[in-house]
Design a protein around this ligand. Sequence first.
Ligand SMILES: [Zn+2]
Length: 68
Amino acid sequence: MNAPTPAPRKVPCPTCGKPSLYAPSNPWRPFCSERCRSADLGAWASESYRVASPPATQDGDDEPQDPT
Ligand SMILES: [Zn+2]
């Protein structure tokens, strides 16, 4: 039996669509470069931040207070 040789795979970069090397030698996999990786992370973070933004105003903040 022959041991399976780890053939380098190529996957399309999620950011630019160019073929990127999906291998330990590529620290930015599955992206093709550090630039594409940071761009994707930036887009994800900004979108998440927008979704997570709380409502601007909220009225009716009356908590029951014990009379002294
Ligand atoms: Zn890319």
